[in-house]
Design a protein around this ligand. Structure first.
Ligand SMILES: Nc1ncnc2c1ncn2[C@@H]1O[C@H](COP(=O)(O)OP(=O)(O)O)[C@@H](O)[C@H]1O
Ligand SMILES: [Mg+2]
Length: 266
């Protein structure tokens, strides 16, 4: 009896370590099944990379995790996506509320055509935060977390569009974390950036790891190897292998994974 209790408690704890899980997740565009039955678990406060060739279903999978596929009229999702025991596709879910918990940063930096300050405060104000002191504080902490504060602290009222691409992307990260999400989804956040900006973004992600669970799509395998704890390899809409990053890159179980990480295709 005691043993069984211990086991159940362990199992519970184990479950709580998972920020998010998918069970047999499939995504269709019209008749076409673009993602075949993906079951993945995302561990809390860890970085998980999704890698694979172009068209392998990485973005399709990622977008489904905060229901961005809702905006694609032909897209249909099957299977389960669990966030804290809630199925995010169920009818009771308020999508806007859910996206406060599961934020997203896109491939191309997309700051609003507003000041740096307002980029961060805009959504907060819409959610009822109006206290200037509180807003100032959030602007400062999120810009610090996004490794941008030192560069912009004297220019907060300048247009965000005047920033470099790399700075804009870090502003978008600051904007996303201002809502205090649990999970941050990133779709190739550095692919439009130069190597130095890419390095800055990677450092930013390492800083964020203490407070956020990060799921990142990257076609850059060195990046996946550098920053992530876990890696999932996608091929033709299928998750071929999912494991600790170290194992995926040094001892993959599947030959296809080996071929991909050693640069034989993709
Ligand atoms: N909006 C869409 N409508 C129809 N097909 C799509 C759409 N987005 C992606 N696809 C298709 O789904 C497959 C997976 O694409 P995607 O998820 O974008 O792959 P990746 O991000 O790995 O490059 C591809 O065959 C792609 O053409
Ligand atoms: Mg993509």
């Amino acid at each position: 009896m005691a043993q069984e209790e211990t086991f159940i408690r362990r199992l519970d704890e184990k479950e709580h370590e998972m920020a998010m899980t998918t069970e047999n997740l499939k995504v269709f565009y019209g008749e076409k099944e673009a993602l075949h039955s993906a079951s993945l678990q995302f561990e809390r406060y860890q970085i998980t990379s999704l890698i694979g060739a172009s068209g392998s279903g990485k973005s399709t999978f990622l977008r489904s995790l905060n229901r961005m596929n809702d905006t694609i009229s032909t897209a249909r999702v099957e299977g389960k996506i669990l966030y804290r025991d809630l199925d995010i596709n169920s009818n009771e879910i308020d999508v806007y509320e859910m996206r406060k918990h599961i934020g997203m940063v896109f491939q191309r930096p997309n700051p609003f055509s507003k000041s740096i300050y307002e980029n961060i405060t805009f959504a907060l104000e819409r959610h009822g935060v109006h206290d200037k002191k509180k807003l100032d504080e959030i602007v400062e902490t999120t810009l610090k977390q996004a490794s941008l504060w030192d560069q912009v602290k004297d220019d907060l009222n300048k247009s965000a569009l005047a920033l470099s691409g790399g700075q804009q992307q870090r502003l978008c990260i600051a904007r996303a974390i201002a809502m205090k999400p649990d999970i941050l989804l990133m779709d190739e956040p550095a692919s439009a950036l130069d190597p130095i900006s890419t390095q800055n973004i990677e450092e930013t992600m390492m800083n964020l790891k203490d407070n956020y669970t990060i799921i990142i799509v990257t076609h850059n395998m060195q990046q996946a190897a550098r920053i992530s704890d876990y890696t999932a390899f996608f091929h033709l809409g299928q998750v071929i292998e999912f494991n600790e990053t170290r194992k995926i890159f040094t001892k993959p179980r599947v030959k296809l994974t080996d071929d991909y990480v050693s640069g034989h295709f993709g």
